[in-house]
Design a protein around this ligand. Structure first.
Ligand SMILES: C[S@@+](CC[C@H](N)C(=O)[O-])C[C@H]1O[C@@H](n2cnc3c(N)ncnc32)[C@H](O)[C@@H]1O
Length: 259
């Protein structure tokens, strides 16, 4: 039997449990540092630049930029839970970040404002309609100033398909087990995730689906959004050890500049 997915799964999955199940990728400060090192190598960044962390989740990239002296960061995400987690951490650490909770397809931000937009950690491909990611990148293009850059860090669909693993499980700490069953249908990977707390029992049984992009499809996306200058870097994996990290170990980075 196939894995059925509610098309609105992405509106509710990104909560406190996600911060546990994906902790190996999104709650590892050394790994986030390595990701920001790569951003700083690829983009002509200055501390005074305005940076939008689009689909920025609980703020790990925006905060690492703050630590490195960047003073004009904005984070936009749909998840109220993750925005609240980020706001609390910003207050505790005195990080100056603006937060916006909304759908990236209609970013509630003025045009021609940002020097750089970053979309990190495989945050595209969640909405089933093919136009959805074009809308997100079109919004990124709109809010960039002339000459500004968009950087997208996303799973490399070619490698994900080649190294496809239909079943995986891992433990988080002593208490939590995450089990994933997966299938590929066309350009979508579908997954069912069971999260078991050894004391409380089953705490999540959720399905989700992701559109996979290869480098050509990513380039087409950038071009449809208006970027005429594009290049891609493949073989990006900030993880230092082998393992099944969901879609987070085989990534590529697309770069586009607004004319
Ligand atoms: C895998 S998480 C990555 C978060 C963050 N970029 C990171 O690397 O830690 C994907 C994020 O994209 C956000 N997201 C997905 N689709 C979105 C949309 N249409 N509008 C706003 N946020 C969205 C989710 O809420 C989630 O926080």
């Amino acid at each position: 039997m196939g894995i059925d997915v509610d098309p609105n799964w992405w509106k509710t999955l990104f909560d406190e449990i996600y911060l546990i199940t994906d902790a190996r990728s999104v709650c590892d400060e050394a790994l986030t540092c390595r990701e920001i090192d790569v951003i700083c190598e690829l983009l002509p960044m200055k501390a005074s630049h305005r940076i939008l962390d689009l689909c920025g989740g609980h703020g790990r990239h925006a905060f690492e930029l703050c630590k490195r002296g960047f003073t004009e960061c904005t984070l936009l995400d749909y998840s109220r839970v993750l925005i609240d987690v980020a706001k609390t951490r910003a207050i505790e650490n005195n990080y100056s970040v603006d937060f916006i909770q909304c759908d990236a397809r209609n970013a509630e931000l003025p045009s021609e404002t940002f020097d750089h937009v970053i979309i990190m950690g495989n945050s595209l491909g969640y909405i089933q309609e093919p136009e959805a990611d074009i809308k997100i990148l079109t919004e990124a293009y709109r809010v960039l100033r002339e000459g500004g850059w968009l950087l997208v860090d996303i799973a490399d669909g070619t490698t994900v398909k080649q190294s496809f693993n239909p079943n995986a499980w891992h433990e988080i700490g002593k208490a939590t087990v995450v089990c994933r069953q997966r299938e590929i249908r066309g350009d979508f990977i579908r997954a069912r995730e069971l999260v078991i707390d050894k004391h409380k029992g089953l705490i999540r049984d959720q399905t989700y689906a992701l559109r996979l992009y290869d480098s050509e499809a990513l380039e087409a996306l950038f071009r449809q959004a208006g970027f005429s200058k594009f290049n891609v870097h493949i073989n990006f994996s900030p993880h230092q050890s082998d393992g099944d990290y969901g879609f987070m170990n085989n990534r590529m980075i697309g770069l586009g500049q607004k004319d």
